[in-house]
Design a protein around this ligand. Structure first.
Ligand code: NAD
Ligand code: ZN
Length: 341
C-alpha cells in the first residue's frame, strides 16, 4: 500500500510502498480517505531535536484522519464495514490505575499513533477498535479529519466554565483559532487572542475573536482598556508553547483566574511564581483528549452550530504532499488536508 514515511534520519518524508498492516482480534482496518497535517508532523518533517530523539526510523507517520472500516478482527463489536470513522491517536494500556478508573487521557503508558507506532498517512491504518470513533453523516470528511486537534481545543477550552467570562488565548495556531470559536459558541464574553502572525490572527477574527492582537506591535493592556476590562482575564488558554506568551498571560489574569496549559514550552521555562500565588491562580495541564467525552462534545458542538470550517485553508492530493508541508512551514496556512482518494 501507498504510505508516507520517514525512511532516513533526515528532513522530509517519502511516499513509498509498504506491506499491508496485520489486523488483530480487537482491531479495525481503516481505509483512509483524508488526513491532515499536525504540528507534530512538522517536527517530524523538519527532523528537529524532539523528532530525532522520539521517532524510530523507518516510521509511517500521521495521526489526523478520516476513513471507512475496511475489515475488523473477530472480537470487534459495534462497527460495520464501510462505516465512517476517525480515531483517538493515544493508545492507552487499559490496566494502569487511571485507565481502570476510566481516566484514559491520564494513562501513564500511552503510545502515539504516527509517533510510536504506524500512523495514518497511508492507504490503510490498523488501530484497536476501542480507539475508533464513528462520525455522524452530517459531519464532513474535512472536519472529521481534524478531530484530533479540534479535540485538543475542546478539551482545553472546556476545562473551565466560560459562560460570561473574559478569555485570553495565547497562540493563534490551528488549535488556538478553534478555541476562539468554541469559547464564543459556549458563551464567553470577550475572547482575546494573541500571536505574532497576522495571517493566523485574521483567521482567529473570522472565528469570532473579540480582538486578535499581534503582540509585536500592539499592547495587550491597551486592548483590555478599550474593552473596559479593568480587572483582568478570568480564564487563560495557553496554546503557543511560547514562554513570553505564558508570562504575559500570568500578568493579565484577574485574581482567582484559571489557566489551562496546552502549549508545550521548553522544559526549563521560568515564570514569576508570585503571579500564581498572590493572585490565587488555578493552573491545569492538558494532554490529548478525554476518552471519549471530548469526542462526544466535538460532535455535539458541531451539531449545535459551531462552524470551524474556515480553518481549513489548503487541500492537496497525497502525491503533492510536499506542497502541503511547505504550506504548513510557511506559517501562511490554517489546517492543510491531504486527500488519499
Ligand atoms: P502552532 O505551532 O501552529 O501554534 C502556535 C502559535 O503560537 C503560532 O501561531 C505562533 O506564531 C504563536 N506564538 C509564537 N510566539 C507567540 C507569542 N509570544 N505570543 C503569542 N503567540 C505566539 O501549534 P498548534 O498546532 O496550534 O498547537 C498549539 C500548541 O499546543 C503547541 O505548543 C503544540 O506543541 C501544543 N500541543 C499540545 C498538545 C497536548 O496534548 N498538550 C497537543 C497538540 C498540540
Ligand atoms: Zn493506562
Amino acid at each position: 500500500m501507498k504510505a508516507l514515511a520517514k525512511l532516513t534520519r533526515d528532513t522530509g518524508l517519502t511516499l513509498t510502498d509498504l506491506p499491508m498492516p496485520e489486523v488483530g482480534h480487537n482491531d479495525l482496518l481503516i481505509k483512509i480517505t483524508k488526513t491532515a497535517i499536525c504540528g507534530t508532523d512538522m517536527h517530524i518533517w523538519n527532523w528537529d531535536e524532539w523528532a530525532q530523539k522520539t521517532i524510530p526510523v523507518p516510521m509511517q507517520v500521521g495521526h489526523e484522519y478520516i476513513g471507512t472500516v475496511a475489515s475488523m478482527g473477530q472480537e470487534v463489536q459495534g462497527f460495520t464495514i464501510g462505516q465512517r470513522v476517525s480515531g483517538e491517536g493515544h493508545i492507552t494500556c487499559g490496566y494502569c490505575r487511571n485507565c481502570r478508573a476510566g481516566r484514559r487521557h491520564l494513562c501513564r503508558n500511552t503510545v502515539g499513533v504516527g509517533v510510536n507506532r504506524a500512523g495514518a498517512f497511508a492507504e490503510y491504518l490498523v488501530i484497536p477498535a476501542f480507539n475508533a470513533f464513528p462520525i455522524p453523516d452530517e459531519i464532513s470528511d474535512d472536519l472529521a479529519a481534524i478531530f484530533d486537534p479540534f479535540g485538543n481545543a475542546v478539551h482545553t477550552a472546556l476545562s473551565f466554565n466560560l459562560i460570561g467570562e473574559d478569555v485570553l488565548i495565547t497562540g493563534a495556531g490551528p488549535i488556538g483559532i478553534m478555541a476562539v470559536a468554541i469559547a464564543k459558541h459556549v458563551g464567553a464574553r470577550h475572547v482575546v487572542i494573541t500571536d505574532v502572525n497576522d495571517y493566523r490572527l485574521d483567521l482567529a477574527r473570522q472565528m469570532g475573536a473579540t480582538r486578535a492582537v499581534n503582540v509585536l506591535n500592539q499592547d495587550l493592556k491597551t486592548v483590555m482598556a478599550e474593552l473596559n476590562m479593568h480587572e483582568g482575564f478570568d480564564v487563560g488558554l495557553e496554546m503557543s508553547g511560547n514562554p513570553s506568551a505564558f508570562r504575559q498571560m500570568l500578568e493579565q489574569m484577574n485574581h482567582g483566574g484559571k489557566i489551562a496549559l496546552l502549549g508545550i514550552p521548553p522544559s526549563n521555562t521560568a515564570i514569576d511564581w508570585n503571579q500564581v500565588i498572590f493572585k490565587g491562580l488555578e493552573i491545569k495541564g492538558v494532554y490529548g483528549r478525554e476518552m471519549f467525552e471530548t469526542w462526544y462534545k466535538m460532535v455535539a458542538l458541531i451539531q449545535s452550530g459551531l462552524d470551524i470550517s474556515a480553518l481549513i485553508t489548503h487541500h492537496f492530493k497525497i502525491d503533492d504532499f510536499e506542497q502541503g508541508f511547505n504550506a504548513m512551514n510557511s506559517g501562511q496556512s490554517g489546517k492543510v488536508i491531504l486527500d488519499w482518494q
